[in-house]
Write a protein that binds this ligand. Structure first.
Ligand code: ZN
Length: 146
């Protein structure tokens, strides 16, 4: 019976080419230069929901443009934090004609010529900015004494 020998060492991290390293460096530099609201929005935008508010009014930042031919409207939502516009076409009776909105990003939001910025990078940058206050106010795990 043959036995296999397994290495106990961890597999080596994939090697990055010089171009990949340069891109990662450019992305990190870009993210460090972003304003706090762009760092927040790169984790999650604050698009208003398509629902009434508690007061029974339309949420701020939701409006319709139209009607165009065949009763089509362009439903626009604005992120109050960064100004991103997300548009969706609706048909008769408000039926959604597309599932994924068309996006128009505010100036300076998109990185150019350095690939897609991973959201993890924005999370790391955000954490770098808040970590001292975050950990200063850390809550002790239950069951531990001071
Ligand atoms: Zn946003």
């Amino acid at each position: 019976m043959a036995t296999t020998t397994r290495s106990r060492s961890k597999p080596a991290a994939p090697r990055q080419t010089k171009a990949q390293l340069a891109q990662a460096e450019a992305q990190a530099k870009f993210v460090m230069g972003l304003d706090d609201n762009y760092i927040a929005c790169r984790q999650r935008h604050q698009l208003p929901p398509l629902a009434f508010t508690k007061t029974g009014k339309l949420p701020k930042g939701v409006y319709a443009v139209g009607p165009y031919a065949n009763g089509v409207y362009d439903l626009v939502r604005i992120c109050p934090s960064c100004g991103l516009l997300v548009s969706l076409y609706t048909g008769a009776g408000g039926k959604l004609l597309e599932a994924k909105g068309r996006r128009r990003y505010p100036p300076g939001y998109l990185a150019k010529g350095m690939g897609r910025i991973p959201s993890r990078l924005a999370m790391e940058e955000g954490l770098d900015r808040i970590s001292s206050e975050l950990y200063a106010g850390a809550v002790r795990p239950s069951g531990e004494e001071n």
